[in-house]
Design a protein around this ligand. Structure first.
Ligand SMILES: [Zn+2]
Length: 221
């Protein structure tokens, strides 16, 4: 079994656990769905992860990462986010188009290369999408953000975009909705399921759908 497969399972379980909050058991069906494999395939994998000492797994109830599993997941996440940062900052690729490459490279670059990338980038704390980069010790700093879709009307700073779809990211960039942007949540239209955002720096306003606003993480301004 290639290590990239193990790493993808660990990432998937970590994501389904609520990104590192105190882990509840995740149903195997959800893991299978996330990775587009059959429940049978996912179940076989659970037994392998159990043998490797990376999960707690109870047949028919679900799976949760143990400490070693969480550390391993954080190592992959650190690689992914550092690679994305490198591709944007050093190689000047578009932020909308680096996720797929990072999905591949996260499994294959050596620790030596990763360290060099980290140095060249001057030890970044966040990736181009505003997601925190786990430290070498596997710690992930809490980012204190809220989901824009759930926020009351008010002034905010966009901190993070939690979505990998290139077309969505390109659309946001076209609106100048990128991490660091100041915005005012001016109106919530319940009939149309949209939010109106004023962008004071651009002196414009835009309407975005509620589902889109679920991918935008903000802090109070
Ligand atoms: Zn990514």
């Amino acid at each position: 079994m290639p290590s990239s497969t193990v790493e993808n399972y660990l990432k998937a379980i970590w994501n389904l656990q609520g990104q590192g909050k105190k882990g509840e058991l995740v149903a195997i069906g959800r893991v299978a769905e996330k990775l587009s494999v059959t429940p049978g395939t996912a179940t076989t994998m659970m037994n392998q992860l159990l043998k490797k000492g990376l999960v707690e797994y109870t047949p028919r109830r679900g799976v949760v990462l143990n400490d070693d599993g969480r550390k391993a997941a954080m190592r992959v996440l650190r690689r992914h986010r550092l690679v994305e940062t490198f591709l944007v900052e050093i190689m000047k690729l578009d932020w909308a188009e680096v996720h797929e490459d990072a999905e591949v490279l996260e499994h294959v670059i050596s620790d030596r290369l990763l360290e060099r990338m980290d140095e060249m980038l001057n030890h970044p704390t966040h990736d181009p999408h505003g997601a925190p980069i786990p430290g070498e010790d596997g710690q992930l700093a809490p980012d204190g953000t809220a989901v824009l879709a759930d926020c009351p009307l008010g002034s905010y700073i966009l901190k993070r975009v939690r979505e990998d779809q290139p077309s969505f990211l390109q659309w946001l960039a076209g609106l100048d909705l990128v991490p660091g942007t100041k915005l005012i949540l001016a109106e919530r239209n319940l009939e149309a399921d949209t939010l109106t955002l004023n962008l004071p720096n651009q002196e414009t306003s835009v309407q975005i759908s509620l589902p889109a606003a679920k991918s935008l993480l903000v802090v109070d301004s």
